[in-house]
Design a protein. Sequence first.
Length: 280
Amino acid sequence: MKHSVIALTLAALTFFSYSCKKNTIKPEETTPTENAGENTVNMIKIGETFINGASAKAVIYGLKEPETGYNEFYIALFDSADGSRLSRGHFDLIPMMDMGSMKHSAPVENTDDSTTTNGYFKTAVIFSMPGTSGQWSLDLYFHNHKNEKHGTGKLALEVKASAPSKFKSTVVPKDNNTSVYISLVSPSKPTVGINDFEVILSKRISAMQYAPIDDYTLEIEPAMPSMGHGSPNNVNPVLTTGGHYKGKVNFTMSGLWQIKVKIYKNGNLISEDQYFEITI
């Protein structure tokens, strides 16, 4: 999966007709499961909509209800006429926030894979702010290899604020005032001891364009404010691909921890004011 740069505009999307289905479907427990790295979890149904023009129906699942920060989505596609599962094609989505006076998107990861994995097309969205189902939506595009047709759909969804926050944004004056997004991926279920630590770094190019940051160096400093100490044996996150930085964090005891993320570019410290709170 690569971290896609959003370059589509609303004008381009008007070449396709959106689904007439406007109501969101309340998330509910479903039988599909997915290995989420640390755990195998039940997925929940986020919603469904038709992709007009492609003769397809999309059912969107997630590992959690949509919230600010990093969200993985698993999309099952079906033939809208006979209900058969569609496993070949090209699927993309674009998150959109309608604030009334302005619209903007958010960082998104779409895959270039033309076939499903375990029956699903996988994408990920980094929601930058909470919003109602009248504000946030997913614009869906699918090129159906079964009939070589393509079309679009739209799914409205509510996005809640993650608590504690898994999303941080900051403007970095020492890097040409770049708007930087820092999204916590793991640990999702922290425990005492060594935990995987992963963040995604993205930058805002415009209201509709975002890109992964691949030229930073990170250091982490875990601290337990109530006890006045940190922890040993942490591994600073290093770039893997598409703005993903992975390392290790050590929680030596239960309680509230703060993990400061220090950012360097070309060997120079450019930001050290962002941190995530994690309670064990």
